[in-house]
Design a protein around this ligand. Structure first.
Ligand code: KIV
Ligand code: ZN
Length: 521
């Protein structure tokens, strides 16, 4: 009989710790909804004690996702963190608290400067307290793969006795080796089953040596029933275990693992693309499953073999992960029905007729410009539209612009709207984008600094859509902005304004929080 492996996605917690991958609340909700379509079992939505913004995001995600998905969030082994997790996830249908505490000598001695027994007691007390709030508690023995086994087991035994219902074994620094990690999981699993058969054994691996997928699979072979991963392997340093790799390995090599997951694999590519779109962090082209070349065969020998029979060189079909080979190319003449079909085939559910009509108008505008509209374009059209319509981030709106470029004085003029006010001006710069950004900075009167600018072509066809991702620094904080358009200069202006609007919204939010704190004190 096949074992079911529980999949926890931690893209919004561990993945989001990557510098530059910070998402705003609306983007997090958009991504959480996609995780729902992917059918992950659990979303780790954030680390609520880390900031008010994170707390609010976890709360909104708990409110927004459906009933069949469980929500958790991270707490250190202290009451304030546990309270923050509880308050932010309590409205979810099936919430549980996740507590983390170091178990290796180096963590105990260097991080806590306490005795091993004192640290163990901290963990036990934290679990006991969390259990007064919710029935399910996960306990992570941070840096487990570098921990002394006897102390690790003593900790696990004590926290299970205190009520932990999931034990998570992290390879926090990506140090483990597959054979060794498998042995560790086998030993723990054997003992755990003897003390309490209902406790779930979970693993959480990092990819510092490129072994996160191998270690996770080895753990599954040795008894782990739950895995923690991120989309595209996003995460600090070399990242976390890549969800798509483990899930497809279990599927393609079911003969070896005898395991299954609930993941709807045809949503894998959409989820990966959405994450790339939201974070601006591209996937390497040869990345397994979600890289652009993952299913491309260029050598003549391979192409010849594939034409004879796909199985000659293909161990899984692109369709299985959501690359639709039956892609229909839409045009302005395709009509409402074909467009609706494309939107729904991608897994988006439309909120109402009004939303559909607005999307359809956007589609017609794009089809006029681009002539041929691919799935890629429809995907970005829907996600882009939702991002804009839900984040009220049109604080500054671009009304029109003009750029004149030459090798003497590249010049840009722009007209912006902010509420009822219309402002316009012009500036010169070192190049066309520099001139455009100079005029926008002058008009908005904000002292922002461009830190990063990236442009990609995101679709096929003669008239490709350009996606621009930028990062700006404003008052010591970094904000990202993104936009897409067939006109890359316009996309550049919109991305810059999107970043500026994010900074302004953050300032408004912080001011409201400050007033609220004054009111409460
Ligand atoms: O890497 C790690 O140890 C973690 C824990 C919080 C599970 O992210
Ligand atoms: Zn981690």
């Amino acid at each position: 009989m096949k074992r079911n492996i529980i999949v926890l996605d931690t893209t919004l917690r561990d993945g989001e710790q990557v510098p530059g991958a910070k998402l705003n609340v609306n983007q997090k909700i958009e991504f959480a909804r996609q995780l729902e379509r992917l059918h992950v079992d659990i979303i780790e939505a954030g680390f609520p004690a880390s900031s008010k913004g994170d707390f609010q995001a976890v709360q909104e995600i708990s409110r927004s996702v459906g009933d069949h998905i469980s929500i958790t969030a991270l707490a250190r082994a202290v009451k304030a963190d546990i309270d923050a997790v509880y308050e932010s996830i309590r409205i979810a249908q099936d919430p549980f608290i996740h507590i983390v505490l170091g178990s290796s000598n180096i963590h105990v001695e260097k991080k806590f400067n306490r005795s091993k027994d004192a640290v163990l007691q901290m963990g036990v007390d934290a679990v006991k307290y969390a259990k007064t709030l919710l029935p399910h508690v996960q306990y992570s023995t941070e840096d487990a793969s570098r921990s002394d086994f006897d102390y690790l087991w003593k900790t696990i035994e004590a926290v299970v006795k205190a009520g932990a219902t999931i034990i998570n074994i992290p390879d926090t620094v990506g140090y483990a080796e597959p054979g060794e990690f498998g042995d560790l999981i086998r030993r723990i699993n054997y003992r755990l089953k003897n003390i309490n058969d209902n406790v779930i054994l979970s693993v959480h691996c990092h990819n510092d040596l490129g072994l996160a997928t191998a270690n996770t699979l080895s753990a599954i072979k040795n008894g782990a029933d739950k895995i923690e991963c991120t989309i595209n392997g996003l995460g600090e340093r070399a990242g976390n275990t890549s969800l798509e790799e483990v899930v497809m390995a279990l599927k393609v090599r079911e003969d070896v693992y005898q395991c299954m997951t609930n993941i709807k694999t045809t949503e894998l590519l959409n989820t990966s693309k959405l994450l790339t779109h939201l974070t601006g962090l591209d996937v390497q082209v040869n990345k397994a499953i979600t890289g652009e070349n993952a299913f491309a065969h260029s050598s003549g020998i391979h192409q010849d073999g594939l034409l004879k029979d796909k199985q000659v060189y293909e161990i899984m079909s692109p369709e299985e992960v959501g690359a639709d080979s039956m892609e229909l190319i839409l045009t302005a003449r395709s009509g409402r029905h074909a467009f609706k079909n494309a939107v729904e085939r991608m897994g988006f559910s439309l909120n109402d007729d009004a939303e559909f009509e607005q999307l359809f108008q956007k589609f017609l505008e794009l089809a006029d410009l681009k002539k041929e509209v691919y799935d890629h374009d429809v995907f970005y059209l829907v996600t882009g539209y939702r991002e804009h319509s839900t984040s009220q981030n049109q604080l500054y709106e671009l009304l029109s612009f003009q750029v004149v470029t030459n090798d003497l004085y590249p010049t840009a003029a722009a007209k912006l709207r902010m509420g009822d006010e219309i402002i316009k001006g012009s500036a010169v710069g070192d190049g066309p984008i520099d001139a455009l950004y100079s005029v926008i900075k002058t008009l908005t009167k904000l002292d922002v600094h461009l830190q990063h600018y990236k442009i990609n072509s995101i679709s096929r066809g003669k008239e490709a859509v350009g996606r621009v991702n930028i990062k700006i620094e404003y008052k010591g904080k970094t904000y990202s902005g993104r936009a897409m358009d067939t006109d890359i200069i316009k996309a550049s202006a919109l991305a810059f304004l999107n970043g500026i609007n994010a900074a302004l919204l953050d300032a408004v939010y912080n001011e409201e929080q400050r007033k609220e704190e004054i009111r409460l004190n």
